[in-house]
Design a protein around this ligand. Structure first.
Ligand SMILES: [Zn+2]
Length: 359
């Protein structure tokens, strides 16, 4: 067995190791003799990222590490195996000379050396930014919109307006955008906004100036998308947002034909807790499976009425198709407002006013 000087010292080896100084160490494969080189590679990589904690990882060769563990067992002492020795020595060197802090639980940067090819890999913990967005112009889809044969729509999406700016401000490589539900492309998102988060991958920076980030989202979207309450989020908060099913409050502008708005208003007064049954709407049948879903309309209030115009504020359970509750979608949603009121209703506009968990 050929051992490098470092492994000999580590194992206090006096046995059968040959005296050759050439060749690769049968245990660490040369890792321990090249710690200074890996330190330099780490320092070079570290220049690219802002971080304070790190972890050294080693992908050891199975046969080598087994042999090492067996040799240690024979020696019978408390000796670190070469993987632990490498982590310990490189880690200490980085802490002492570069003043980063080793963190075994949630390191911001992980530097992993692969014994197989002696190369290394850097992983940077993603940054999560949470906030709420308002959509102030109709026609902006929430996510990039691809129509068969037409390619991407000209109008950028909410996720791109927000995600790209957040990603850039942290110097990220790419990003993921997640929002708590979505509004229709022609609906506004107003009031207190819709919760979202952005995951920024391989961020070069871990802090940013949130007010100016918000200002950039607003200006690049031409005033169409506004973000509020921006802050860093941890992974737990992000996971929670994924499973929440918040209620939504909508403002619906209607034109009524064939009935007295005043009488209708009377009929609608104090309506609460209407159970409805919705088949997948006609307009999304091509992209969603046809099924029946039960949902609850929590409340309906009249905001205003004048002439043929009626403005309602409707609060509904997550996942309710609100347009179809109003129009009935040719009997696919029952009960529905059109049937209940026995008039023709036309939707003038739809705005989302609030997205709120646990009402
Ligand atoms: Zn060695």
């Amino acid at each position: 067995m050929h051992l490098c000087q470092k492994c000999r010292e580590r194992l206090s080896y006096h046995g059968e190791a040959d005296a050759e100084t050439h060749g690769v160490c049968d245990l660490c494969g040369g890792l321990l003799e090249h710690i200074e080189d890996y330190f330099n590679m780490f320092r070079e990589e570290a220049l690219q990222y802002e971080f304070s904690t790190f972890l050294i990882g080693v992908k050891a060769r199975n046969d080598s590490i087994q042999k090492d563990i067996e040799t240690i067992a024979k020696a019978g002492g408390k000796i670190r195996n070469y993987k632990e020795e490498f982590q310990f020595q490189l880690g200490s060197m980085i802490e002492e000379r570069l003043h980063y802090r080793a963190d075994f639980r949630k390191p911001e940067l992980t530097f992993t050396v692969d014994q197989e090819n002696m190369g290394f890999d850097v992983w940077v913990r993603p940054i999560y930014v949470k906030g709420r967005y308002l959509k102030k112009r109709r026609g902006i889809p929430q996510s990039p919109w691809i129509k068969p044969g037409r390619g991407k729509e000209a109008e950028k999406s909410v996720s791109e307006y927000i995600g790209q700016q957040v990603c850039d401000s942290f110097g990220g490589r790419n990003y993921n955008f997640f929002a708590s539900g979505r509004e229709d492309v022609d609906a506004l998102m107003l009031g207190t906004g819709r919760p979202f988060y952005v995951e920024v991958k391989f961020p070069r920076r871990r802090e940013t100036d949130f007010p100016s980030l918000g200002a950039r989202v607003l200006s690049t979207s031409g005033g169409g998308v506004e973000v509020i309450d921006l802050s860093l989020a941890n992974q737990t908060e992000v996971e929670e947002m994924k499973v929440q099913k918040p209620d939504k409050t909508y403002e619906v502008g209607l034109v009524i034909e064939g009935g007295e708005v005043a009488t209708i208003a009377e009929k609608l007064e104090e309506r609460k807790g209407i159970k409805i049954s919705q088949r997948t709407p006609n307009r999304v049948l091509g992209i969603r499976k046809d099924k029946i879903r039960e949902r609850t309309i929590r409340s309906i209030e009249i905001k205003s009425f004048e002439g043929n115009n009626l403005v309602l504020v409707i609060r509904a359970e997550a996942g309710t198709y609100i347009k179809e509750f109003v129009t009935g979608d040719n009997g696919r949603t029952v009960p529905n407002l059109r049937d209940e009121l026995d008039v023709n209703v036309k939707i003038e506009y739809l705005n989302v006013l609030e997205v709120k968990q646990g009402i």
